[in-house]
Design a protein around this ligand. Structure first.
Ligand code: TXA
Ligand code: MG
Length: 331
């Protein structure tokens, strides 16, 4: 049961704080410094943040998510000058990508420094770094830095294998009951991109996309003048596991008409009689922005099947088809 007091949503476990002020963000940064967890909006999806230098705090992320310990987490910083602490080397093309697309929905995987411990990298010799673009996330990271913090480890704020949250309510629904009284959930409105960042491995002579996102292959090639390496990576990327990001409903891909089922498709496609329309985006951007919330809506409505008609084309459509594949129920 939740009640609203002032601008705080109070539940039995954790507060959702709306209308975040600078004071709120200072307090949230302090909470992270003190070893607590803070759910923060980002432009991609909501993240579950902990002090990346604090092993116990990062362990709690894994407990709250129910995630295996050998999966790496992304370190978030507020400024390019702060990445040196976490990495031991950076190729020229990665500097170009950082300058071009940060703050933004891109994660760079680089050789780790001695400070990027196994509890961050899942034991791998690389570390994932991102500067998010959401103003509230950036301000939180800046406050955290002012207080002596070096980076915030943050995976998506969902239980392992489930759909990433794109609102504070969805984050609360996913993990609220696993959080403690001193943890916080910050509300910054719906995430504008709606799917997770592009993860780019920058350890070879050319970039390799480990997870497609809003920073597309074309954008990377244009910025660096290099051809992206085709991905056959064995690097552990939890989002690359089959059936990741899956809702409870059975997800069917194609144009089959299943009576009583939900439908996610571009607005040009009409809703067959008897189906529940969950999203009808009129652009590829809108498709990405609404896809996860539409899957969630299908579960809320208790639908047993959701039919998804994927968008065609390159760019962001590739990332959307990737997430559709991960949500698809294998037969
Ligand atoms: O948009 C995003 O990236 C969101 C927001 C909160 O920043 N975060 C996110 O984190 O999606 P997560 O943990 O749910 O997914 C991060 C992905 C995982 O697939 C992880 O395996 C990969 O990035 N990753 C992180 N560090 C890595 C590394 N050192 N090597 C390879 N993959 C890495
Ligand atoms: Mg995730």
């Amino acid at each position: 049961m939740k009640t609203k007091k002032g601008n705080k949503w109070e539940s039995s476990q954790v507060n959702i704080i709306s209308h975040c002020t600078l004071k709120t963000l200072e307090a949230a940064a302090r909470a992270i410094r003190d070893g607590h967890l803070v759910v923060s909006p980002t432009e991609t999806v909501y993240g579950l943040g902990a002090d990346a230098s604090n092993e116990n705090a990062v362990r709690r992320i894994y407990e709250v998510k129910g995630r295996p310990l050998d999966h790496p987490v992304i370190v978030h910083v507020g400024d390019l000058s702060q990445i040196d602490h976490w990495i031991s080397d950076i190729p020229e093309y990665a500097v170009t990508l950082a300058r071009e697309f940060w703050p933004g929905s891109m994660t760079l995987v680089l050789p780790r420094s001695k400070d990027a411990k196994d509890f961050i990298t899942g034991g791998q010799e690389s570390v994932g770094i991102r500067i998010p673009a959401h103003p509230l996330a950036l301000q939180l990271l800046k406050e955290f830095h002012k207080q002596g913090g070096l980076g915030v480890a943050a995976p998506s704020a969902n239980r392992f294998g489930e759909v990433s949250p794109t609102t504070s309510i969805a984050a609360e629904e996913e993990i609220g009951k696993y959080l403690s009284n001193n943890d916080l959930i910050l509300d910054g409105g719906p995430s504008v991109v709606g799917i997770e960042s592009t993860v780019i491995d920058c350890r070879a002579e050319r970039p390799r996309i480990l997870r497609p996102g809003a920073i597309t292959r074309e954008m990377i090639e244009e910025a660096t003048g290099l051809q992206v390496i085709d991905s056959d990576s064995k690097v552990r990327v939890s989002g690359a596991l089959e059936n990741h990001y899956a809702p409870r409903a059975r997800v069917v891909v194609g144009e089959e008409v299943i009576q009583g089922a939900g439908l996610i498709a571009l607005s040009a496609i009409e809703t067959p009689k008897g189906m529940t329309r969950l999203a009808s985006p009129s652009s590829i951007d809108e498709y990405a922005r609404t896809f996860y919330s539409a899957l969630r809506e299908g579960d809320h409505k208790g639908l047993t099947e959701i039919v998804v008609v994927p968008p065609n084309g390159d760019g962001l459509a590739i990332a959307i088809r990737d997430r559709i594949e991960k949500a698809r129920t294998k037969s």
